[in-house]
Design a protein around this ligand. Structure first.
Ligand SMILES: [Zn+2]
Length: 127
């Protein structure tokens, strides 16, 4: 479900070379362990900045090692919009009332409060 502009980037030599260099760097540092859980071997290089058609061609964003993370598949699948094979398409970001984009990764860390504990009979009309 990768977008066309993203596919072009991920299949490009610049990214493949950058990714390989980053993996080599991680292997030198800690043997290439996942940077999130440090338990599994890294599997995929993740962009900390969610790529968009506007920033994907900016090497400071898309090819900058400072913004990359080498993570295992499990951890990578936790990132919103990045998991492959979930069968669900999720938006990469949402917008607040002012039209400012909000990264879903922050939302990921603070899941919405479940409605289970809700009390008060007047909330819902009876069926
Ligand atoms: Zn991990």
């Amino acid at each position: 479900m990768a977008k066309e502009w993203a596919k072009r980037f991920y299949n490009g030599k610049r990214w493949i070379r950058c990714r390989d260099a980053y993996i080599q760097e991680r292997i030198l540092i800690d043997g290439g362990m996942c940077e999130e859980c440090h338990k599994n071997l890294g599997y995929i290089v993740h962009h900390e900045i969610i790529l968009s058609p506007e920033n994907i061609n900016d090497p400071d964003v898309s090819l900058n090692h400072d913004h990359l993370k080498y993570v295992c598949k499990e951890c990578h699948d936790q990132y919103e919009g990045h998991g492959v094979g979930h069968g669900k398409v999720r938006p990469l970001c949402i917008f607040d009332e002012d039209g400012q984009p909000i990264s879903l990764r922050e939302c990921d860390r603070t899941p919405p409060v479940p409605e289970k504990g809700k009390t008060g009979a007047g909330d819902r009309p009876p069926r």
